[in-house]
Design a protein. Structure first.
Length: 227
């Protein structure tokens, strides 16, 4: 009787390929088995740096496998996804309240509970400085010019007005006087001008200068007797 022998065929894999396949399989098993979310990040602090920027800082979350990243939202919109524990959010509106929310995520996509923190950006302060009036005493039938220094402060160093808008208005005896000059001079302030009517002689000229810059505004009122 003739016995048939079965040959066993083996396919040998390179050690590198075998190691990669094993690592991938282990990682997949760990990821699929991971259902534990990270702890809540915190404590979270929010600090208004200026009228347009906010700094957020928070304590690290912990996870049984490892925290992958943090997701930060502002009023419901995603601001950033980061593996760091601090963030500076810019291009905000002056004097505005925002609410930030923060979650931690692991590689399996598990999310921590949310933590929230409110913050209000600083208001922009506009301040008037010295004024130069020409002529010093307004004259009926002649032009009147005023140059005023203007300073702006938004939580950082106070600086001279760089950009903005100015509105120059004046009245005499209840009647409006048309403006002939309304100008912002970057790095200095503003300039206003009016032609004083003849009917203003012997009366009081009241001028109001309104300056707005970066979301802040201020008004300065001047009064002069007219010759």
């Amino acid at each position: 009787m003739t016995r048939r022998r079965k040959l066993l065929s083996l396919t040998l894999l390179p050690l590198a390929a075998l190691g990669a396949a094993t690592s991938a399989a282990v990682a997949a098993d760990l990821t699929s088995a991971d259902t534990t979310p990270p702890t809540v990040p915190g404590p979270v602090t929010a600090e208004a740096l200026s009228a347009t920027s906010v700094r957020l800082t928070w304590g690290r979350s912990t996870d049984d496998v490892g925290v992958a990243y943090y997701r930060v939202t502002r009023n419901g919109s995603v601001v950033a996804t980061t593996d760091r524990t601090s963030l500076v959010d810019r291009s905000l509106r002056p004097g505005t309240r925002y609410e930030y929310a923060l979650r931690a995520y692991d590689a399996a996509g598990n999310a921590s509970a949310v933590t929230r923190v409110p913050v209000t950006t600083l208001a922009v302060n506009v301040r008037f400085g010295k004024a130069a009036v020409n002529p010093a005493v307004p004259r009926a039938g002649a032009p009147l010019y005023v140059a005023v220094q203007v300073f702006v402060e938004s939580g950082e160093a106070e600086v001279k007005l760089r950009a903005g808008k100015v509105r120059c208005s004046a009245t005499s005896g209840g009647s409006a006087i048309a403006s002939i000059l309304s100008k912002v001079v970057p790095g200095r302030g503003v300039q206003c001008g009016w032609r004083v009517p003849l009917s203003a002689r012997g009366k009081t000229l009241v001028a109001a200068i309104v300056v707005s810059s970066g979301g802040g505004s201020a008004t300065k009122t001047y009064r002069w007797p007219v010759r």
